[in-house]
Design a protein around this ligand. Structure first.
Ligand code: URA
Length: 192
């Protein structure tokens, strides 16, 4: 039988499937509207996210919130935000293949229940895992592809923008492209 949101969340919060459970303070399951049309997926929690149990609450998250706000989106209201792995990789290293594979089932279940119309991946790791393994994020960010009725777009990671502000304009342009796609395929996001 298919699991409910509550069952999946409970399983995830108690998960010991991979080594990342050993050092975590909190499992970072996700935040936002479970009926959202738009799902944002990062790679994994950082220090602040691990401490607070919510995705994208550090400096990169504050930048993400600003960019969402600029196109009339809000983390609690009309998007859902989560990560490929739900526990913090030590020293913020990339999540390893086996860690991603252990955790991806939770994301699949979240996606099944949310039934988003648009998925935005944030950064190279999430883009490679969910869109295509040979993704060149610096060249290919901002381009939508359609898969099984879901429009998917890779974006640059906000932490990368903080390190390299010259990419900010291109990244902001991706949010404008996103807004146009929302108006095209799910305009009710802005009507509600
Ligand atoms: N980076 C991510 O990919 N996810 C977070 O939740 C925070 C930082």
């Amino acid at each position: 039988m298919l699991s409910t949101w509550q069952e999946i969340e409970e399983k995830c919060l108690n998960c010991t499937r991979c080594r990342l459970c050993e050092k975590r303070h909190n499992v970072v399951f996700g935040v936002g509207n479970k009926d959202a049309r738009i799902l944002f997926i990062g790679e994994g929690p950082g220090e602040q996210e691990d401490l607070q149990g919510e995705p994208f609450v550090g400096r990169a998250g504050q930048l993400l919130d600003k960019m969402l706000y600029a196109v009339d989106l809000d983390r609690h209201q009309n998007v859902y935000i989560t990560n490929i792995v739900k526990c913090r990789p030590p020293m913020n290293r990339d999540p390893q293949e086996d860690e991603q594979d252990c955790c991806i089932g939770y994301l699949r279940e979240q996606t099944r229940l949310i039934r988003p119309k648009i998925i935005v991946t944030l950064g190279r790791i999430a883009g490679m895992k969910l869109i295509k393994p040979d993704l060149r994020i610096t060249r290919e960010h901002g381009a939508f592809i359609e898969r099984k009725g879901i429009w998917m777009m890779p974006m640059l990671h906000p932490a990368a923008l903080l390190r390299n502000p010259s990419q900010m304009e291109g990244a902001f342009n991706d949010f404008l492209i996103l807004r146009e796609k929302i108006k095209e395929i799910c305009p009710d996001v802005y009507d509600r």
